[in-house]
Design a protein around this ligand. Structure first.
Ligand SMILES: Cc1cc2nc3c(=O)[nH]c(=O)nc-3n(C[C@H](O)[C@H](O)[C@H](O)COP(=O)(O)O)c2cc1C
Length: 357
């Protein structure tokens, strides 16, 4: 097996294992969450660039689930319709389209990073929700609302409705975002989840919301649709009770029987005190390897920047997908370049063949 071995999952097959990692674009200038030309060209060019799977940025399942006012959303049929041209174009290029369904939880309502990333107060912002009313402990935090049981039910419904709409929009793969300190991760981690009801407490309680979301989404979409989950393998907070690689591995093993096809393994994001290790080449791949031991297929992400490095991850069975983020911002044609460098048939569009003779 190598980077250009097709990846079969339920009813779909990716032409290779290069996956465009979800990356927020903060590009909805009208603050309406609707995809526009930027999203079409940005995601479309990575499909033209040869990737097997092209994933959208964190796409909010409710308006309050946006990180910033400029995030992409999928909380109405109008949002799904705006994404149709994106999925159609990705398919026309021979790639699979994936959407990351997200709720930012207590990390919502911030300005985009290029404008400082600080909490947005007043009329331009909104009240974030979380497992408790403890706000994101950073700077000028915004008061956060604890989700009660009706609120939790609304969150589950929002993920299901978004999943169904995503399929209407033509997406091939769904990814549920449960990483980086956003809502579903906030329920998983004992750092942020101090609830005493059935959605808090021990591992069972803290994992309940994600498992409910996965179960409900799986029930609502056809059997042939792959469902991935992105997890933070660890909170990078070894000095206190926190979410660990062991917990992730156990959870990955329990998600597969619920219908999860792959765990996309990232890390961190739950607390500003996190101790981020050296983020050199392949810095998170060992987490993917460890979680893959649960038997659930995994995607590895983090510091994969070279064709040889991406190929190594697959050849040595360290992960099933090589998920590439920032290198795709530098080079939309990473997959074509990788195929050329490694000597595989390059997924060159017909229109560009003269450049590769
Ligand atoms: C600009 C930018 C936006 C990002 N947005 C998201 C996101 O929407 N969802 C997510 O799960 N990760 C997001 N990430 C994290 C990336 O998907 C990826 O996990 C991380 O950058 C590490 O991979 P890399 O070293 O290949 O870039 C973002 C990263 C960057 C640089």
């Amino acid at each position: 097996m190598h980077l250009f071995t097709p990846f079969e999952c339920r009813d779909v097959t990716a032409r290779n294992r290069v996956t465009v990692s979800p990356m927020c674009q903060y590009a909805c200038e009208d603050e309406d969450g609707l995809a526009d030309d930027w999203h079409l060209v940005h995601l479309g060019s990575r499909a033209t660039g040869g990737a097997g799977i092209v994933m959208t940025e964190a796409t909010a399942v409710t308006p309050r689930g946006r990180i910033s006012p400029q995030d992409l959303g999928i909380w109405s049929d109008e949002h799904a319709a705006a994404l149709e041209s994106v999925t159609e174009y990705i398919a026309s290029q021979g790639a699979l389209s994936a959407i990351q369904l997200a709720h930012a939880g207590r990390k919502a309502s911030t300005s985009r990073p290029s404008e400082g990333g600080d909490p947005v107060h007043g009329d331009s912002g909104w009240t974030p929700v979380g497992p408790t009313d403890e706000p994101w402990p950073h700077g000028d935090s915004i008061a956060t609302e604890r989700l009660d049981s009706a609120g939790i039910e609304r969150v589950k419904r929002a993920f299901v409705d978004a999943a169904v709409r995503a399929l209407d929009a033509g997406f091939d793969i769904l990814e549920i975002h449960a990483a980086h300190g956003y809502l579903l991760h906030e329920f998983l981690s004992p750092v942020t989840n101090t609830r005493e009801d059935e959605y808090g407490g021990d591992f069972e309680g803290r994992t309940r919301l994600l498992k409910d979301v996965v179960t409900d989404v799986r029930e609502a979409v056809p059997d042939g649709t792959p469902v991935f989950v992105r997890l933070s393998a660890t909170d990078w907070l070894s000095d206190r009770r926190s979410w660990t690689v062991e917990a992730s591995s156990r959870l990955a093993g329990e998600l597969q029987p619920l219908g999860v096809d792959l765990v996309d393994v990232s890390a961190g994001g739950i607390h500003p005190d996190q101790q981020v290790p050296d983020t050199g080449p392949h810095y998170q791949v060992p987490y993917a390897e460890r979680i893959g031991e649960s038997g659930t297929p995994v995607g590895a992400v983090g510091g994969i920047t070279t064709p040889e490095g991406a190929d190594e991850v697959i050849r040595n069975d360290r992960a099933d997908l090589a998920v590439v983020g920032r290198e795709h911002l530098r080079d939309p044609y990473f997959a074509i370049r990788a195929a050329e460098a490694l000597g595989y048939d390059a997924p060159v569009p017909r229109q560009y063949e003269r450049g590769f003779e």
